[in-house]
Ligand binder design. Structure first.
Ligand SMILES: NC(=O)c1ccc[n+]([C@@H]2O[C@H](COP(=O)([O-])OP(=O)(O)OC[C@H]3O[C@@H](n4cnc5c(N)ncnc54)[C@H](OP(=O)(O)O)[C@@H]3O)[C@@H](O)[C@H]2O)c1
Length: 244
């Protein structure tokens, strides 16, 4: 029987690439996002192109009180759940406005944790399932230009690590994805270094392989592991003087 993949935050460029990748391998796809009507073109594209079953669902990461009923409404329950949603704004704007601060924290941390706890409880009881979290290398060290987003992603990465440790004993696989720079709507206003920047399709390929091989943590482009090793090795007394 083909397995079903749930994608949370399905309007994102990465999510579109992920949906196409998993559909091309014969998986059925459940697409979930705010204003889910926007997903109809993707849904019909997936069905026509890959001859799989797909469905669309209303889901808002920060409407915590709706998360249990959202999960209860899914039929069948997905075998693989991928949390893609996130939010990043200019750090100066984020620290100047409490609504922006909370939106950043809730979209990148509290919302994903709220829904993934529900998914994890179900998978744990069944002793099967795969959870994928798209986090960020920004969570590996706080920088003055991005520390609200970065700290929310740091929390999410730590959450996924703890979840993996807990669910390993129930045969549930948890994959953490650290993409590095990726060309998407989130970064279109930034002047990203071409050599260091991935395409959404690279993320989709890496996630698909990571799920197949039951990896724990993946960097989409191999060199990000070494870049972050250098960045995290700089002593704090030096790091604080830099304008990063
Ligand atoms: N691009 C990069 O360089 C990069 C690097 C590392 C990690 N990431 C992470 O990769 C993931 C995908 O981002 P992206 O680059 O593909 O950017 P994107 O296209 O801006 O995607 C962000 C997604 O999050 C969704 N979202 C925001 N608030 C939501 C909420 N309250 N409820 C449900 N969905 C919500 C957005 O949905 P709407 O359409 O409804 O706004 C959108 O689908 C994010 O977690 C991001 O932090 C990105």
């Amino acid at each position: 029987m083909p397995s079903t993949v749930l994608i949370l935050g399905a309007t994102s460029d990465m999510a579109v690439a992920l949906a196409k990748k998993f559909a091309s391998k014969g998986h059925n796809i459940q697409l979930a996002a705010r204003n889910a009507d926007r997903l109809k073109p993707l849904q019909s594209d997936l069905s026509i192109r890959y001859n799989i079953t797909s469905s669309i669902h209303e889901f808002d990461a920060v409407k915590f009180e709706q998360h249990q009923s959202f999960w209860d409404s899914l039929s069948p329950k997905p075998d693989i759940t991928i949390s893609v949603m996130g939010y990043m704004n200019d750090n100066d704007k984020v620290i100047a406005d409490q609504n922006e601060t909370l939106k950043t924290i809730h979209t990148n941390y509290s919302g994903p944790v709220s829904i993934l706890n529900i998914v994890a409880n179900d998978y744990s009881a069944k002793e099967q399932g795969t959870i994928v979290g798209i986090s960020s290398v920004a969570g590996m060290r706080g920088r003055q230009s991005n520390y609200i987003y970065g700290s929310a992603k740091a929390g999410f990465t730590a959450y996924l690590s703890g979840l993996r440790n807990k669910l390993f004993h129930q045969k549930v696989h948890v994959l953490t994805v650290l993409p590095g720079f990726v060309y998407t709507k989130m970064t279109e206003h930034l002047n990203l270094p071409k050599l260091l920047t991935a395409q959404p399709e690279n993320v989709a390929d890496a996630v698909y392989k990571g799920v197949q091989k039951k990896k724990n943590v993946i960097f989409v482009k191999w060199f990000w592991r070494w870049i972050m090793l250098i960045i995290t090795s700089i002593p704090e007394f030096m790091f604080k003087k830099k304008k990063l």
